[in-house]
Structure formats: structure tokens, C-alpha cells
Design a protein around this ligand. Structure first.
Ligand code: URA
Length: 187
């Protein structure tokens, strides 16, 4: 069943050493968290220091912003499955390399295969590249639905990017995100 399939995958990820450099630095792999019967999956980039320490996605500063955004959209975090394109923290939070993304791809693909979400929300360029397989900037992709297999995909800026840019961007992007998720819920 689904629980067993996800647990097996989690065990494989915990033992993975494909990215030698990341595997020997990590404290924890960060597999993903949320209900298996969810309609919504959110995809981030890779664990940061807090996530590496705790073993859960989006528990640091970006996670706190994510919580606020979710509250604003009215989707409880407990109803969303949250995962990253990389399960290990890149040193100094650098952007994942192509090789790392290729190594980790089968894991998130299998997670999505198990979850069969109706909607996938991509946070930031790395998630977009992983899910939609295009290099197009977020600005040109947001505001409409894309596809990953049977799921509708919405893309938005990464919460950490919003944190860096503070008020103006945050407000406008926040509106965009809320609107995107509002549309999702109406469907
Ligand atoms: N940023 C991400 O993309 N993922 C996390 O889990 C934390 C920060």
C-alpha cells in the first residue's frame, strides 16, 4: 500500500550515497512530510541548515514564511505534502548541480507517483526546472497552469527569494501566490 511504498522509498533515500560530497556532509536526509492522501504537493529546492539538522523540509526562515503564505491561502499545512528536489543539503545552500538533480530525480518522481496529487506548486527556479524541465524564468510561467503527468502545476517565487527582497516584492508576490492557490481551490 501507499504507506509501505513511501516508507520503502524513505529508507532508500536515507541510505543514498550517490552524491558523495552531500552524503558525507549531511546530518539528515530530508525526505518530505505530509499526508499521503493529499491533493496538493509543494516542491522546494533543497534542505538548508535547519532542515538538515531536523530532517524535515521548510522548518527554517523560509519555512516560517511558507507557513504565513499557507495561512493566507487558507490551505492548512497539514493538508499539503511538502518535498524538495534534493534530499540532501548542498554546502552553503548553493544551487543544486545538474548531476545532483539527476541523482535525486527518481526519488521525487516516485514520491509523486505514490501521491498522485491534483496540484503541484513549485517554489522557485530549481523546482520548476525539476518538474517542468524548462529553463524559463518564473515571471514568464506564473499565473497559469502547467502540467506534470496528470497534475496541474503552478509556479511561484521561492520563499527565500521573497525573504531577500522584503516588502514590495513580498506583497506583490504574496498576492500572486494567494491568487494562484485561490484558483486551485475553486476548481
Ligand atoms: N528551502 C527549500 O527549498 N527547502 C527547504 O526545505 C528549506 C528551504
Amino acid at each position: 500500500d501507499l504507506t509501505r511504498a513511501m516508507d520503502n522509498l524513505r529508507t532508500q533515500v536515507a541510505a543514498c550515497k550517490l552524491c558523495t560530497d552531500l552524503a558525507c556532509r549531511r546530518q539528515n536526509t530530508v525526505f518530505g512530510v505530509g499526508p499521503l492522501n493529499t491533493r496538493f504537493v509543494m516542491v522546494g529546492e533543497a534542505p538548508g541548515a535547519d532542515e538538515d539538522r531536523i530532517g524535515e523540509p521548510f522548518v527554517g526562515a523560509a519555512g516560517q514564511l511558507l507557513d504565513k503564505i499557507l495561512i493566507a491561502t487558507g490551505i492548512p499545512r497539514e493538508q499539503v505534502y511538502i518535498l524538495n528536489t534534493l534530499k540532501c543539503r548542498p554546502p552553503n545552500n548553493r544551487v543544486p548541480t545538474e548531476e545532483e538533480m539527476a541523482n535525486c530525480r527518481p526519488y521525487f518522481e516516485q514520491q509523486l507517483e505514490i501521491l498522485q496529487p491534483d496540484y503541484i506548486i513549485c517554489w522557485g527556479t530549481t523546482a520548476v526546472r525539476a518538474i517542468l524541465n524548462v529553463p524559463t524564468p518564473i515571471g514568464q510561467l506564473r499565473g497559469k497552469f502547467h502540467r506534470y503527468k496528470q497534475a496541474k502545476v503552478v509556479v511561484t517565487y521561492h520563499p527565500a527569494y521573497l525573504l531577500d527582497r522584503k516588502s514590495t516584492r513580498l506583497n506583490s508576490s504574496h498576492t500572486v501566490i494567494s491568487y494562484a492557490v485561490f484558483c486551485l481551490k475553486k476548481k
